[in-house]
Ligand binder design. Structure first.
Ligand code: SAM
Length: 290
């Protein structure tokens, strides 16, 4: 699926995002597009610590306007201006990064970062003394297979539209491919706290943790190959309800409607607790013992 029309929208931190009519969603939180990239993607992947390495590898899935890559570069070079950053960015629609440049929506980032994002959108490749980046256009389910097997990412940003709108990038099968690109000490960050997403990350062999962040009622999620501090008891219980049944796409080719229907059918016959009942139970418990 691709967006045909992008309407720039000002967000609360004065940075811009796009609204996509086809998906019926904005690309970022209304609380602040730039702030979201910094707080939900760059900071949770601990790039300020990793920046002491000579080289950092980033995999930016759903590159969009390029804000997650921009926030990562800003954080890395603020710590170590000599760190060499290798970036692979996946995006289905080249019009998105291109329009972000022509509408000057990247003006909120430092000039040195704009000098990476602009040629990346125009030429798909950038090579400077401290950055090598490629933008691969196409369905990420296919393009992820083009990433060389020796590229293991220190940070992965997983930033598709929401699971009900773009289930194909939240399936167990796709997330398994994503997990295979993660370095042993790397961290994947996503804004989603959906139980189905967390289950898919676990099914892909990753440990998960929560990040308290701006703009959303529930915390966002990080994942890694190593153990992370446990989720809250409530979040763990959520993973035992029907909401945690993950999206599946066995051939990595199904339409979103097929993926949604497959999960709905699995939920209907599931013996797991219905999520609405769990919500009522936990809110009663919470009222008694706040
Ligand atoms: C929520 S936005 C990402 C925002 C982006 N990370 C940023 O900082 O601007 C989702 C992006 O996913 C892209 N997308 C949608 N379906 C895709 C697919 N199957 N493969 C790759 N990208 C896809 C959309 O074009 C859109 O740019």
């Amino acid at each position: 699926m691709t967006c045909d029309l992008f309407l720039p929208q000002l967000t609360a931190d004065n940075s811009y995002t796009f609204y996509c009519e086809e998906f019926g969603e904005t690309f970022h939180s209304q609380q602040g597009a730039k702030t979201e990239a910094e707080h939900k993607f760059a900071a949770p992947t601990k790039l300020n610590i990793k920046a002491h390495q000579p080289v950092i590898r980033l995999l930016d899935i759903c590159y969009g306007l390029g804000y997650n890559t921009a926030a990562a570069l800003a954080q890395i070079w603020a710590t170590n201006p000599h760190c060499f950053v290798e970036i692979v960015a996946l995006e289905s629609n080249l019009d998105v990064p291109k329009q972000a440049i022509t509408d000057d929506l990247i003006a909120c980032w430092q000039p040195q970062i704009q000098q990476i994002l602009t040629p990346l959108a125009n030429n798909f490749q950038v090579e400077t003394g401290r950055c090598q980046a490629s933008l691969i256009i196409g369905d990420a389910r296919e393009t992820i297979k083009l990433i060389p097997s020796n590229f293991t990412a220190d940070a992965i940003f997983l930033d598709p539209f929401s699971p009900p709108k773009c289930p194909q990038l939240w399936t167990v099968e796709f997330i398994q491919l994503v997990a295979s690109c993660l370095h042993a000490q790397g961290i994947l960050a996503t804004y989603s706290a959906a139980a189905a997403v967390r289950t898919a990350l676990i099914a892909a062999g990753l440990h998960i943790g929560a990040i308290t962040s701006m703009g959303r009622r529930s915390p966002s999620t990080i994942a890694a190959r190593y153990e992370l501090p446990p989720l809250s008891v409530i979040a763990q219980e959520h993973l035992l309800t029907r909401a945690a049944i993950p999206y599946r796409d066995p051939t990595l080719q199904d339409l979103s409607a097929v993926i949604l229907l497959r999960r709905q059918q699995e939920q209907q016959i599931s013996l797991l607790e219905p999520t609405a009942r769990w919500h009522r139970r936990t809110s009663r418990k919470f009222k008694k013992n706040p």
